[in-house]
Design a protein around this ligand. Structure first.
Ligand SMILES: Cc1cc2nc3c(=O)[nH]c(=O)nc-3n(C[C@H](O)[C@H](O)[C@H](O)COP(=O)(O)OP(=O)(O)OC[C@H]3O[C@@H](n4cnc5c(N)ncnc54)[C@H](O)[C@@H]3O)c2cc1C
Length: 432
């Protein structure tokens, strides 16, 4: 009897990279636990590792910089606190007002429709990431504080040959053989390069962390700011996000990366006296993916988070999607391997991970792409956007979609009114 492609192969210890299980030897070797390497210990990697290890897979989580912090605004939606059981102690600030400034400095406050229990959570990545990694460790993952340098792919991936992960720990070169690899190593993903996953367009973001005197910090107690206009970015927005005792001030661009410093001056000028008394203590820059990579699964390797390209275009939001994709992918491996007792295949990852992910988020990402194109195109479009944001219905729909990561259910009469207001704003700003 030939093995059908849908038949799961019980996990067998690696004998050689050419090892090919057959019905006669399936029964003679006692099943052993499936091994997975997760490369990258940001939200995507930590959540993937937690799902894998708590589901019975032997898991190695690699992070090259456990003491560091990813350059990031650190804003996360409310639903992430519940879904990922993140304690309030991890949250620096509970933002209930998002003030948006148009190119002509018209400002409106987003947040009128929030319930008393609703807010945007502002976190520091060094705190959030350490917390998520510690939880992965306590569920059984082995955290390796080292840099993955390269990966040897199996000669015959279908036969169950191992992936060899080469890494450096404190100057020593080491390696480990695993059956599954999850690439959670961010926008510069080595894993993506290794499997020939292709490239994506990206925005380059720049951010300064500025310590403000206490009385100036008081202004940002529960307030975050967003600035739009050609002076702060031709295709993104500038932000001032409050943290425990400082603000993160930054901007990004896809089209005009060499002008990033000029845009940073633009956002500083716009924020003006509110941050002038501050002291810059950290300057950071990093790419933000614009769309998913052409390939996200190859063989028994899957990409998640920024490595896969899961950041919404309009807002540059990626923390929640990183954590969620890591968890879905980890759970997919657990399900396909029946708790780490069976070898898995590329089809399993495509079915259990990619199909679930795309089913849940593809349309949301497409919708936000569309919004970006309509509203960020020119200063006139941005003026119309800010004007439209004053509408309470628009605020409610936007906040609900952001906070709970579900396309909010509308009301047909209010939707029609919103459409008319949109057209009105576009006409007023000479766009149509
Ligand atoms: C300036 C800026 C501001 C942002 N603001 C926000 C925001 O406010 N809210 C939001 O939701 N999103 C924001 N984003 C996007 C968000 O930061 C990312 O989407 C998110 O960090 C993706 O998480 P990740 O786990 O996929 O990757 P990352 O957070 O990039 O984590 C990858 C990890 O892999 C490690 N690593 C990489 N290579 C190796 C290797 N070879 N060996 C071992 N370890 C390795 C890295 O050290 C890193 O810890 C912002 C991005 C930028 C650049």
């Amino acid at each position: 009897m030939a093995l059908s492609s849908s038949l799961h192969i019980p996990y067998l210890p690696t004998i050689s990279s050419n090892y090919s299980p057959s019905p006669s030897n399936l029964n003679i070797t006692a099943p052993k636990t499936l091994r997975a390497a997760v490369i990258g210990g940001g939200p995507a990697g930590a959540c993937a590792a937690e799902a894998l290890s708590s589901g019975g897979v032997e898991t190695f989580l690699f992070e090259r910089n456990v003491a560091g912090s990813k350059p990031c605004g650190g804003a996360i939606p409310l639903c992430m606190l519940d879904e990922f059981s993140i304690p309030r102690a991890i949250v620096d600030r509970e933002v209930t007002r998002m003030r948006i400034f148009s190119p002509s400095n018209l400002s409106i406050d987003f947040g009128k429709t929030l319930l008393p229990s609703e807010f945007i959570a502002m976190t520091r990545r060094e705190i959030l990431d350490s917390f998520l990694r510690a939880r992965a460790e306590s569920s059984g993952a082995r955290l390796i504080s080292g840099l993955v340098t390269h990966i040897d792919l199996p000669a015959h991936v279908d036969s169950g040959g191992p992936y060899v992960i080469h890494y450096n720990v404190e100057g020593c070169k080491k390696n480990v053989k695993v059956d599954v690899v999850i690439g959670a190593d961010g926008a510069h993903s080595k894993v993506a390069r290794c499997i020939g996953a292709g490239n994506y367009e990206y925005a380059l973001a720049f951010q300064e962390r500025i310590k403000l005197p206490d009385d100036e910090m008081e202004y940002y107690k529960d307030l975050a700011e967003m600035y739009v206009g050609d002076d702060v970015s031709p295709d993104f927005y500038g932000w001032v996000f409050p943290k425990c005792d400082h603000v993160a001030v930054g901007t990004g661009t896809v089209k005009s990366k060499s002008d990033l410093k000029k845009f940073q001056h633009g956002i500083r000028a716009r924020a003006g006296s509110k941050i002038r008394g501050g002291k810059v203590f950290k300057v950071e820059a990093h790419p933000i993916p614009e769309h998913p990579r052409p390939i996200r699964v190859r063989g028994r390797v899957a990409l998640v988070g920024d490595a896969a390209g899961y950041v919404t275009k309009c807002s540059g939001e990626g923390i929640y999607f990183a954590a969620k994709s890591g968890r879905i992918c980890g759970q997919a491996v657990v399900a396909a391997s029946e708790g780490g007792t069976q070898m898995i295949k590329e089809e399993d990852l495509k079915r259990e991970y990619l199909r679930k992910w795309d089913g849940e988020y593809k349309n949301m990402f497409r919708f936000l792409d569309l919004l970006q194109n309509v509203f960020y195109g020119s200063n006139a479009n941005r003026e119309a956007l800010v004007e439209l944001c004053a509408d309470e219905y628009v605020q409610r729909m936007t906040f609900e979609s952001y906070l709970y990561k579900k396309m909010a259910k509308g009301n047909p009469w209010e939707d029609t009114k919103m459409l008319m207001n949109t057209i009105g704003s576009l006409i007023k700003c000479n766009i149509v």
